[in-house]
Write a protein that binds this ligand. Sequence first.
Ligand SMILES: Nc1ncnc2c1ncn2[C@@H]1O[C@H](COP(=O)(O)OP(=O)(O)OP(=O)(O)O)[C@@H](O)[C@H]1O
Ligand SMILES: [Mg+2]
Length: 284
Amino acid sequence: MAIKMVFGNQKGGVGKSTCSYLFTLLLSLRGYKVLLIDMDKQANSTHWLINTFNKLHLLNENTPTIQDAIVNEDFRSAIMPLSENVDIIPNGKDLDGIDIFLFKKLGDENHPAFNFYLRKLVSEVEGDYDFIIWDTPPTQNTYTKNALAASDYAIGVVKCETSSLNGAKDFQDTTVTLGKIMEAIKLKPVQFAGVIIYLFSSQGTLRKEVVEDIRAEFGELAYENIIKARDRIERYTKTPLDLESKLDHHDKNALKMYEELLDEILERMGIHNENRESKSYSIF
Ligand SMILES: Nc1ncnc2c1ncn2[C@@H]1O[C@H](COP(=O)(O)OP(=O)(O)OP(=O)(O)O)[C@@H](O)[C@H]1O
Ligand SMILES: [Mg+2]
């Protein structure tokens, strides 16, 4: 069964999609089979990941998306294979109708199954993967909650701003609340596994204060490894990471931060890479 993890914060622009995208790639390079499910209609991680494999031409109005997977109650037919180790269920259509779809199906938005709909659907494909990663929108809507209820681990992403800290707290609260509901119905509860601190600017005492606030708020849940601003990471939104050619030192420096953070995330989950084939592609 796959390990399912969801990155979240109801605040926008904090690094959720970048983490979802890069951790999907880095896990795949460690030999794991990974499915990224993009729950955000902005479809950022959809574009970055598909572009990385030079398959953007496959994305058009007929491409099955997460919306189709939900409405057709079939995840498998919406999976787009990108490489031996990477698959994606893309986004790109308006998700707003899905609340209505669930309402029609279940008759009541307070129906206990409202947040558990995707859990059932993803269980039909999870046997094919080592990891499933959910990228979520900057709001705690039905899709975020469904992703949480279908996950083993939730990871908050916090940009060094007070509003982002509050957004991550809300994401943690939602995770804990859903976890309790899951426990009550005898499901393994989603666990709030940690908080990624994202430092978009290294300057300023205010930023340092916010880092301290984040560590004070989340204690040991805040990961030691901090992600810093790197032009190269922002560049991947336009020019994707080129896995075929040799990476230059800007790529290596930027990716090293995410590699080290990924090590910490996996270690904290008690996941070790030992019985995996060695990295099929070494980025260092
Ligand atoms: N380490 C980094 N260095 C520089 N820029 C970064 C870094 N990580 C992310 N960015 C850039 O910051 C912007 C916001 O990141 P991202 O899209 O991952 O955030 P998000 O939380 O998913 O946003 P949204 O809530 O809108 O979906 C993007 O342009 C991204 O390229
Ligand atoms: Mg995003």
